[in-house]
Design a protein around this ligand. Structure first.
Ligand SMILES: Cc1ncc(COP(=O)(O)O)c(C=O)c1O
Length: 354
């Protein structure tokens, strides 16, 4: 018996279709498609009509190009591997005036999207005026020396925050600056919205794409949304390998990990943090035979679950599924959706796409 990572391909694709409706979407493929696997995810997205992809790593962008020869591939981090960008027709962020001035010659002929820093302060031009200066400088160059400024974008840092007004501020600053700069340059690609912003506001007027990640992969970006907004097609399951009986006051696991207050049936389950289950996940429940039971301890390759007489060796234990979702645990402070997805160990879990 082995613990499993099982992806229902049809459910995944149906969810993509449900999430995007008829809206134009750039799918975020970073970190191996949120760890769902680039090959699988690219094919699923293409099948659902998405043909614009972004990632942060050039190596991934090159793989996306191989999987989707006709797609637009956008690199969200700057790269100085200009030959590779050219060779694989990869569009790239232009993150600052400094980057432009340093690599002006190498950027000739490349397609870039200007990045606005906004409140996230991770990357991007500080102001729209700085971007305008670069556009004007580029326009003065002979055509063959110019870069092709096709896009403009930003990334919101507060779209899933409701207690503070920072999302409204970053949104206003972006939309105001965008309205100004569009008088001076015709951008074909305009994209700003992550899952939270897209769900809150719908696609902003004049934007070519919403740039979506987590909602395409089956998790809600914030807790006040109903589960029906997205479907988790991934199931992580394991097996009861034994039932142990503990008397009151007996402990089990390393360093008294669990101490029984009364006579207790403990199911020993063949999954642990070595398989990528976050340690904080052990504060919550799992599902056995359609019923929730509390996890009592999590070790590297095992966990203990307190069970009743209905549970026996060989029963399947569901750690995550659409009935006990990663986003539910995220909202119970287990860790971010993408953190749990990324941690899952595809070398130790049996990986199946059904
Ligand atoms: C630049 C950028 N755009 C879009 C996204 C997608 O965000 P989400 O997964 O919340 O939809 C991310 C993810 O972190 C990102 O870094």
């Amino acid at each position: 018996m082995t613990a499993r990572w099982i992806l229902d391909a049809n459910a995944f694709k149906q969810n993509v279709s449900h999430v995007i409706g008829d809206q134009p979407v750039m799918a975020v493929m970073k970190n191996n498609a949120y760890h769902y696997g680039l090959d699988f995810a690219i094919h699923a997205f293409l099948e659902q009509g998405i043909n614009t992809f972004s990632t942060t790593v050039l190596r991934e962008a090159v793989r996306i190009r191989a999987l989707a020869p006709d797609a637009i591939v956008f690199l969200m981090n700057p790269s100085t591997e200009f030959n590779i960008l050219h060779e694989h027709d990869i569009q790239m962020t232009l993150p600052s005036t400094e980057f432009y001035l340093t690599y002006k010659h190498e950027l000739a002929g490349l397609t870039v999207h200007l990045e606005y820093e906004n409140l996230l302060h991770r990357s991007g031009f500080h102001t729209f005026d700085e971007m305008l200066d670069v556009i004007e400088t580029n326009n003065l160059l002979p055509l063959e020396d110019q870069m092709n400024i096709t896009g403009i974008w930003t990334h919101f840092g507060y779209a899933d925050e409701f207690e503070v007004s920072d999302y409204d501020k970053e949104k206003e600053s972006w939309l105001k600056g965008l309205a100004m700069i569009r008088h001076h340059h015709d951008f074909k690609k305009i994209h700003a919205q992550n899952s939270a912003s897209f769900v809150r506001d719908g696609l902003f007027p004049g934007h070519s794409h919403a740039r979506l990640g987590i909602i395409l992969y089956g998790s809600r970006p914030y807790s006040s949304l109903p589960e029906s907004i997205t479907h988790q097609a991934l199931t992580v399951s394991a097996n009861v390998i034994q039932i142990r009986l503990l008397d009151a006051d007996q402990s089990a696991g390393y360093s008294f990990a669990f101490t029984a207050v009364h006579e207790t049936r403990l199911a020993v389950v063949d999954i642990g943090y070595g398989d990528g289950i976050l340690r904080t996940r052990s504060k919550h429940e799992c599902i056995i035979n359609n019923k929730r039971y509390p996890i009592r301890a999590l070790m590297m390759s095992h966990m203990f679950v307190e069970v009743d007489d209905d549970v026996k060796a060989g029963d399947e234990v569901i750690i995550y599924s659409n009935d006990i979702r990663i986003d539910e645990m995220t909202f119970k402070s287990v860790g971010a959706n993408s953190e749990q997805l990324s941690a899952l160990n595809h070398h130790s879990l049996l990986k199946e796409i059904i």
